[in-house]
Design a protein around this ligand. Structure first.
Ligand code: BTX
Length: 326
């Protein structure tokens, strides 16, 4: 009923429509109309109420509400179940709970704000209200658990395709889990998994996209290293369009991997990479060193040329250094 009332208001957005009219047209009591309109307003829709004239729909909500996501969705599996929160600790935490309880593949969790958004290795992810896309996607891939690490690379390719198509911002992928715009971080990806010895139960791909922040919106600690798509593109970016484009491209890359394996996606990753060909400093799990990033292998590991030979890095942090002699 709520959706029907919303549709009626949207269709008549150039005029007031009385509660009486709505109740007759949709065969529902006036009290129910009033309650549904109150709920729509609470959800973020701007509906003006006039005591004599009735209601008028003023503005599309800017929120990423489930009904709006479903109306704009072009993917068929990703986003078929949407869990929306105005604020939450972390969308990945919620998605992992849903996945453990058996939610279908393609379920997404979206929030306007994360209070304790998470990065890798217990680091934080700054996620202010309404300015970004804070999203987690549940997949149930038919791969062996050791393949799961490549889901991050797969996601990066899909997300990078979508943000470049929607914003023209010219972003590139930094190994292993960031997308950069003009050398600053605009997207972070956190992939988490639950698996048995030989099968994956679920993978949650957590995606944080800085969409409409301005320079002054970033806290001091990350102000010099972070940016937003709006800052890069020079205009506000419609979050709904971007969200549905990300879901569509993620679905495309996932379907490529399922039919043809990771090779085509790794090839595209190399083309979109801002890491390869650069001098990098590796902050590995057990050692730090520098070298030239020359390639990624079939497992998604970064290959670094050092004076001692080629080093293979499967996990860790890499910072790109200003050009120095090898
Ligand atoms: P990461 O460990 O590679 O990066 C985390 C680091 O990035 C932080 O320590 C900080 O220096 C910097 N940082 C924090 N917030 C931002 C930001 N908004 N923009 C740019 N740099 C920042 C990256 O981890 C993975 C992040 C995934 C975030 C998503 S959001 C939806 C989902 N839910 C959740 O809790 N995490 C994921």
């Amino acid at each position: 009923m709520r959706t029907a009332i919303l549709e009626l208001l949207k269709k008549n957005s150039d005029q007031y429509i009385s509660g009486e009219n709505i109740s007759q047209l949709l065969k529902v009591s006036r009290t129910a109309v009033w309650k549904h309109i109150r709920a729509l307003k609470q959800a973020g829709y701007e509906i003006e109420a006039h005591p004599r004239l009735g209601y008028v729909f003023r503005q599309m909500t800017e929120r990423l509400l489930p009904g709006e996501i479903k109306a704009h969705l072009t993917s068929s599996v990703l986003g078929r179940e949407v869990h929306y929160f105005s604020e939450i600790d972390s969308t990945n935490n919620a998605a992992k709970k849903l996945a453990a309880d058996g939610c279908p593949e393609g379920t997404i969790v979206v929030a306007e704000e994360q209070l304790t958004g998470r990065g890798r290795l217990a680091r934080g992810w700054y996620s202010p209200f309404g300015k970004g896309i804070w999203l987690s996607v549940v997949l149930r891939p038919p791969f062996a658990p050791m393949e799961a690490a490549k889901c991050t690379l797969m996601a990066a390719v899909g997300i990078n395709r979508a943000i470049n198509a929607v914003t023209g911002a010219g972003c590139g992928i930094k190994w292993p889990n960031d997308i950069l715009c003009k050398d600053r971080k605009v997207v972070g990806i956190l992939t988490e998994m639950s698996a048995e010895m030989d099968a994956i139960n679920y993978v949650v791909i957590g995606i944080g996209v800085n969409v409409n922040m301005e320079e002054q919106d970033f806290p001091e600690e990350i102000a010099a290293t972070a940016t937003s798509l709006a800052m890069a593109a020079g205009c506000r970016i419609p979050r709904m369009k971007l969200l549905t484009a990300i879901l569509a491209e993620l679905e495309n890359v996932y379907s490529t991997v399922k039919t043809s394996g990771f090779a085509p996606i790794l090839a595209e990753w190399k083309n979109q990479s801002v890491t390869l060909g650069q001098q990098v400093a590796v902050n590995g799990i057990d050692r730090n060193f520098t070298g030239l990033a020359v390639d990624i292998d079939a497992d998604g590991a970064l290959l670094i040329k050092t004076p001692q030979g080629i080093e293979r890095v499967l996990a860790g942090d890499v910072s790109i250094r200003p050009s120095i002699e090898e």
